[in-house]
Design a protein around this ligand. Structure first.
Ligand code: E4P
Length: 221
């Protein structure tokens, strides 16, 4: 399973890509706005740091305008993936981009029927939002499971399920169990994934016990 960072914060992306565990980045208009930076500058900066797919979202509503914006975004760097909303116009734009071999992430997916259409339109990724469904008392995980099941029924569908709107590490684990291809996580959730109080405690004990012996591994090198 690939792990993308859901962020437009260059500093955070630089820090976390240094782990070597980040396969790509997703941005959205709200994340870009929060960065306070110019869209082109942010996307170019992220693409410099991350060789994997970097999703940049169109702001247009019509297919024609989405195509114009998408072509402009795709010129920023070769690893830019165009993010379009899961609307009729977005699906049309997706099909057209894919016919020209441009990667597309179809976002704002909230139902299995929508995900089926995204796959039919040839999307590279479809982004079902877990957290935003949970927020309104719908089962976000169930959506992920249904999409994975549908896609598995039709092996000719090549669209990758990209679990989005992840709020905590348990969402990541549940999405992995369902068999998603990718999860996109905020920096905070990525950090929570490796943190464990028993790991910290265990390390503290090992360091204390070693200090009592006065030994150092560097002595044996
Ligand atoms: C996905 O690509 C979106 O950027 C993102 O996951 C939305 O998450 P949110 O619901 O936390 O805003």
């Amino acid at each position: 399973m690939k792990i993308f960072l859901d962020s437009a914060d260059i500093q955070e992306i630089r820090e976390l890509t240094q782990t070597g565990l980040i396969d790509g980045v997703t941005t959205n208009p709200s994340l870009i706005a929060r960065s306070g930076q110019d869209i082109k500058k942010v996307i170019a900066g992220i693409c410099d740091l991350v060789p994997g797919p970097v999703s940049a979202e169109v702001l247009a509503i019509t297919c024609e305008d989405m195509l114009k914006e998408g072509f402009a975004l795709s010129k920023i760097a070769p690893n830019v993936v165009i993010k379009v909303p899961l609307t009729k116009e977005g699906l049309k734009a997706c099909k057209s981009f894919r016919e020209q071999n441009i990667g597309v992430n179809v976002t704002l997916c909230f139902s299995p029927a929508q995900a089926l259409l995204a796959a039919k339109a040839g999307a590279t990724f479809v982004s079902p939002f877990i957290g935003r469904l949970d927020d309104i008392s719908f089962d976000g995980l169930l959506l992920i499971e249904e999409i994975c099941q549908i896609y598995q029924n039709y092996p000719s569908l090549t669209t990758q399920v990209l679990a989005a709107s992840i709020r905590h590490p348990l969402h990541v684990v549940q999405a992995a169990k369902a068999g998603v291809h990718v999860v996109t996580v905020p920096g905070k959730v990525f950090k929570q994934m490796y943190a464990h109080p028993l790991t910290d405690k265990g390390l503290e004990i090992f360091l204390e016990d070693t200090a009592k012996t006065g030994q150092k591994i560097t002595q044996i090198l």
